[in-house]
Ligand binder design. Structure first.
Ligand code: APR
Length: 243
């Protein structure tokens, strides 16, 4: 990326009232959490339709829970990386919203305060019948875990075919259409409706920047696509913003 281009992004960050980040699995890759569709992605090893749909869950709740327990252990051992931390740092100077497809809670642990989890949270567990819902960071001795009401518990994540939490989606759309700069980090934008957010931002005059080591299907629609990793590019941008 040319220094003029870099300088123009930093200038736009200075002029911006509101900055929105749309993030995906790639921003947590440098924290040791595998992506879904990348080279070593989870969907290359596992069948998403057998593990991440409501039907799969009711067909074999133990199998789905074994997979989620493995992912929960990995997430709970992971730490926010320099990319998460730089986004949290930017919040000291600007109004920053994070619309994340990730369920790992690393943005919040890095210190970001306005985080919207489009696809739910792997830390939060809820009952399939009553209104029990809580953050549970310990592992379960018995799978699938049972609620006090007798029904089975599930991770509070959005599975394929399920709708996003309406309040989260509504707020996320509001932020996308009212931001000045949108930075899309570590997502293939393969899944809707999250992949509509950059278009909403662009339609309302924002500049949209992508940070991804690989080209994506939407790279050509971006005002700028930075071929770099989250933990390298975001700290560089925030450091230049602070100079
Ligand atoms: N920094 C930035 N981007 C990275 C990095 C990195 N270090 N490593 C990989 N990437 C990029 C990959 O090139 C890829 O484009 O991150 C992207 C990850 O894409 P996916 O694996 O498709 O993950 P994501 O876009 O978050 O998937 C969306 O699909 O499976 C469902 O619910 C799941 O929320 C997930 C949704």
């Amino acid at each position: 990326m040319s220094s003029d281009m870099f300088k123009s992004i930093v200038d736009r960050l200075h002029q911006a009232e509101k900055i929105v980040f749309v993030t995906g699995a790639g921003i947590s890759q440098e924290s040791g959490i595998p992506t879904f569709r990348g080279k070593d992605g989870l969907w290359r090893k596992y069948d998403a339709m057998k593990l991440a749909t409501i039907d799969a869950f009711y067909e074999d709740p133990k199998l789905v829970w074994e997979w989620y327990e493995e992912r929960r252990r990995n997430v709970l051992e992971a730490k926010p990386n320099a990319g998460h931390l730089a986004i949290a740092e930017l919040e000291k100077f600007k109004s920053v919203y994070v619309l994340t497809q990730n369920v790992d809670g690393l943005h919040q642990r890095a210190g970001s305060t306005k985080v919207y989890e489009l696809h739910g949270s792997i830390i939060t567990i809820r009952c399939t019948r009553c209104n029990f819902k809580d953050s549970i960071t310990s592992s379960f001795s018995h799978l699938p875990p049972a609620c006090k009401c007798g029904s089975i518990l599930r991770p509070d994540v959005v599975w394929f075919g399920e709708s996003l939490p309406q309040d989260v989606w509504h707020t996320s759309m509001q932020q996308a259409i009212s931001c000045d700069v949108m930075i899309v980090v570590g997502t293939s934008l393969a899944v809707s409706p999250a992949n509509l957010l950059p278009a909403y931002a662009k339609q309302n005059g924002a500049i949209v920047i992508e940070i991804n080591p690989e080209e994506t299907l939407t790279s050509t629609n971006m005002d700028l696509s930075i071929r770099s990793s989250a933990a390298r590019a975001i700290p560089e941008l925030v450091a230049a913003f602070q100079r």
